[in-house]
Every structure is written in structure tokens, then in C-alpha cells.
Design a protein around this ligand. Structure first.
Ligand code: HEC
Length: 171
């Protein structure tokens, strides 16, 4: 009888415990909480990035990588994080304030990244942005750079094989 009662209690509590303890949801919540001004971060993304990547981070079938549900994988290692900050559109952004740029990127990773957010991912800081944006990639090296970092994300951080493509093919 006691076992039955315990089992019933566990059934009732399980979904709540799962929601609270899910490491990905906790990481996303922490990432979004790091935004000093969430409205500005989203507005900056819409103004500077959405023209190509879409307001929701959905750009297919345009030939550029889809951000929604995918960009989180690129927070895999120090090297892949640096790749994001060195992308020409990011490194050379008209947003000169490094905290403001970090906020916009954290909106992108934690707000659009969804299921691709790797549990335990630390948000970008102004210092990290300030350092890495000095090493902007040239457009000539982008394809090779992306390939390299995609392989790291697949090997080390559970990104799907389809991350090699710019977007999921929807059936
Ligand atoms: C003029 C169109 C354009 C604009 C504006 C633009 N991007 Fe991109 N973005 C691209 C293209 C094209 C690539 C692919 C580069 C490559 O690997 O060949 C890319 C790549 C990326 C990637 C790499 C994703 C991956 O999976 O490799 C991220 C992240 C990204 N952009 C974020 C941003 C952000 C944030 C902004 C706003 C500051 C922005 N982009 C503005 C066109 C654009």
C-alpha cells in the first residue's frame, strides 16, 4: 500500500520535477536572464540580422544557415564560440557597445536556439565579444571555417549530421 501511494505521488510530481530539473530549460532561462535589456536585444537582432536570417531565425530556402533550433550547437567549444564572434556580420557590426552586442547574441543563442542549446552553455560576456571581434573572418574563409566547427559540434556536442546542411529539409 505504501509503495502504491509513493508511486502515485511520484506520478503527480514527475512532470513538475522534470520541468524544473531539465538542464536545457534551466540553461535557456539563465541565458535569457543575462540580457540587460531583452527588448533592445531583440530589436537589434531584427534590425541588423533578420533581413537575411528572418525574424524567427528561419531563412530557408535561402542559402544561409538557419539559426532557429540550430545556432545553439555552435556554443560547443571555445573555438566554435569564437567562430560566431568572428563572423564578419557580427565582428564588424555597427553595434559598437560590446555588452549590447553580447546581449543581442545571447538573444540569438538562447532565444532562437531552442533545442540546440547545449545544457550548461554560459552566455557571452562583453569581454569575450570585445576580444574575439578583433579577429574578424574574411568572407573567403567562411565556408571552410563553418565546416570545421560543424564537425566539432557533431563530434563533441551531439549536433545532428544534418547540421552540415544550412537548414533542415522539410518534407
Ligand atoms: C546580408 C545577409 C546577412 C546578414 C545581414 C547577416 N547574416 Fe549571418 N550569415 C549570412 C550568411 C550568407 C552566412 C553563411 C556564411 C557561410 O558560412 O558561408 C551567415 C552565417 C551566420 C551564422 C553562422 C551560423 C552557422 O550555422 O554557421 C550566424 C550565427 C549568423 N550568421 C548570425 C548573424 C547575426 C547575429 C547577424 C546580425 C548581426 C547576421 N548574421 C547578419 C548572411 C547574413
Amino acid at each position: 500500500m505504501r509503495a502504491l501511494v509513493l508511486a502515485a505521488v511520484a506520478l503527480v510530481l514527475a512532470p513538475q520535477l522534470a520541468a524544473r530539473d531539465d538542464p536545457r530549460s534551466a540553461t535557456v532561462a539563465r541565458g535569457l536572464a543575462a540580457l540587460s535589456d531583452p527588448e533592445l536585444a531583440r530589436g537589434d537582432y531584427v534590425e541588423h540580422c533578420a533581413g537575411c536570417h528572418g525574424v524567427q531565425g528561419i531563412s530557408a530556402p535561402a542559402k544561409l544557415p538557419e539559426l532557429r533550433g540550430r545556432v545553439g550547437y555552435m556554443m560547443c567549444t571555445a573555438d566554435t564560440r569564437a567562430y560566431l564572434l568572428r563572423l564578419p556580420n557580427i565582428a564588424k557590426s555597427r553595434i559598437s557597445d560590446n555588452q549590447q552586442l553580447a546581449d543581442m547574441l545571447n538573444f540569438m543563442v538562447f532565444g532562437l536556439g531552442g533545442d540546440s542549446v547545449i545544457p550548461g552553455t554560459q552566455p557571452f560576456t562583453a569581454q569575450e565579444v570585445e576580444y574575439e571581434r578583433r579577429f574578424a573572418l574574411t568572407s573567403a574563409s567562411l565556408v571552410a571555417e563553418r565546416k570545421r566547427h560543424v564537425e566539432t559540434a557533431i563530434r563533441k556536442c551531439g549536433a545532428p549530421e544534418a547540421f552540415r546542411d544550412f537548414y533542415r529539409t522539410r518534407g
